[in-house]
Design a protein around this ligand. Structure first.
Ligand code: PGA
Ligand code: ZN
Length: 418
């Protein structure tokens, strides 16, 4: 047993320059810290992010109340507890808050404590973080889903689909996966320049050129894959995050153009797009309450990975509902959607039981914290979404995976793609 001696939270800043919370926990002569990320296209059912909405000093965005709660209430409850008992720590946090969506303490306050505790426990034991989750050996590295063109709420270019990603399916190792993505992204940059467009990047490091049609973005990605000497749909696959919550009005969707059309018409267009561009994965193709639309789509698109992000918000109850409804075959995992490490692991465990792929994800507002890289390996998750090969808060996670791969040495294996 190692007792928690001190807990100290502070306000730091995320990749968008917004305030966020970092918590540091001390035990023995060691300490570990964790930073909470923050989303832009958030689901209604996500756990609550506590911000000082009335404090105008940071335009309502500071997290000083959350920091204060960690330094007083939470610290008081957790001092003296065993740092290695993550379930107990998380249960105390959940009970201390006492609400379904963690509205009292804020999921950002709670998660920063939960992640810091997990990190410190590993540090005291002297084991790498990835070895302290669900998997005990036969670790598998995730395929990166690199978001190379940004649209939607992550850019201001008018692109309807939020994320155009590549997945290097041909890669036999994580370092090979990185190489493939590097080449495709470099070629994409040159293609964008040659069309006289801007190579500035969006919140997740993907290019955000001023193009407003999905097809134009997809044509660019296909051309970059081809120019790199790879086969689209075989060596490298195109994957999308539609984030359709942002594109819904009265049960109609404006995914494919700025005109709102019915679910059935949208599915028709999806099918066309999947065929033409050999799309292998679609995240949030419909809204978070439109369970029937999801079921209709999955029945008509076999072998495509359909991922629930805003639909499930890393929440076990919602995942169970999706499973019963046959809504998707995969789930996106974001720690701050639910608020503790233990609850996140419960969701991953259940997803594995029902045969869903698990894809560990960053948030559009992220930090230098690399917790999710270890989480992906420690749960043998199929894929990881951490943006493009640009902006250090994105690349930090990929770099950590390279370190893990090196440490695993000959034992390192890639996960299966689908
Ligand atoms: P968010 O976007 O972090 O802004 O919610 C990421 C996603 O939708 O996957
Ligand atoms: Zn998403």
């Amino acid at each position: 047993m190692s007792k928690i001696l001190k807990i100290r939270a502070r306000q730091v800043f995320d990749s968008r320059g917004n305030p966020t919370i970092e918590t540091e926990i001390y035990s023995k002569n060691l300490s570990a810290s964790a930073i909470c990320p923050s989303g832009a296209s958030t689901g209604t059912y996500e756990a609550f992010e506590k911000r000082d909405t009335k404090n105008k000093k940071y335009l309502g965005k500071s997290v000083l109340n959350a920091v204060n709660l960690v330094n007083t209430k939470i610290s008081k409850k957790l001092k003296g507890k065993n740092i290695h008992d993550q379930t107990r720590i998380d249960t105390i946090l959940i009970n201390l808050d006492g609400t379904r969506q963690k509205k009292n303490l804020g999921a950002n306050a709670i998660l920063s404590v939960s992640m810091a505790a997990k990190k410190l426990s590993a540090k005291i034991k002297g084991v790498p973080l990835y070895k302290t989750f669900l998997i005990k050996n036969n670790y598998k590295l995730p395929y990166p889903l690199m978001n190379i063109i940004n649209g939607g709420a992550h850019a201001n270019n008018g692109l309807r689909i939020q994320e155009f990603m590549i997945r290097p399916d041909k890669a036999k190792s994580f370092s090979e996966a990185m190489h493939i993505c590097f080449v495709v992204i470099s070629n994409l940059r040159n293609l964008i320049i040659s069309r006289g467009l801007s190579t500035s990047v969006g919140d997740e490091g993907g290019f955000a050129p001023m193009i407003s049609s999905n097809e134009k973005a997809l044509d660019l990605v296909v051309a970059a894959i081809k120019r790199s000497g790879f086969k689209n749909g075989k060596d490298v696959s195109i994957c999308l995050d539609v984030a359709a919550n942002e594109l819904i009005k009265m049960k109609k969707y404006s995914i494919h153009s700025n005109k709102f059309i019915s679910v059935d018409q949208s599915i028709k267009k999806y099918k066309k797009m999947i065929k033409k561009y050999k799309i292998k994965s679609i995240e949030d193709p419909f809204g978070e309450n439109d369970w029937i639309a999801w079921n209709k789509l999955i029945k008509q698109t076999n072998s495509v990975q359909i991922i629930g992000d805003d639909l499930y918000v890393t929440n076990l109850e919602r995942l169970k509902k999706g499973f019963l409804n046959n809504s998707s075959n995969s789930i996106l995992i974001k720690l701050n959607q639910i608020g503790t490490v233990s609850e996140t692991l419960e969701v991953i465990k259940f997803a594995k039981i029902i045969g869903y792929n698990t894809i560990i994800s960053h948030r559009s507002g992220d930090s230098e914290d690399t917790f999710i890289a270890d989480l992906a390996v420690g749960t043998n998750s199929n894929q990881i979404k951490s943006g493009s090969l640009a902006r250090s808060e994105r690349v930090a996670k990929y770099n950590q995976l390279l370190r893990i791969e090196e440490e695993l040495g000959k034992k390192a294996r890639m996960n299966k793609v689908n």
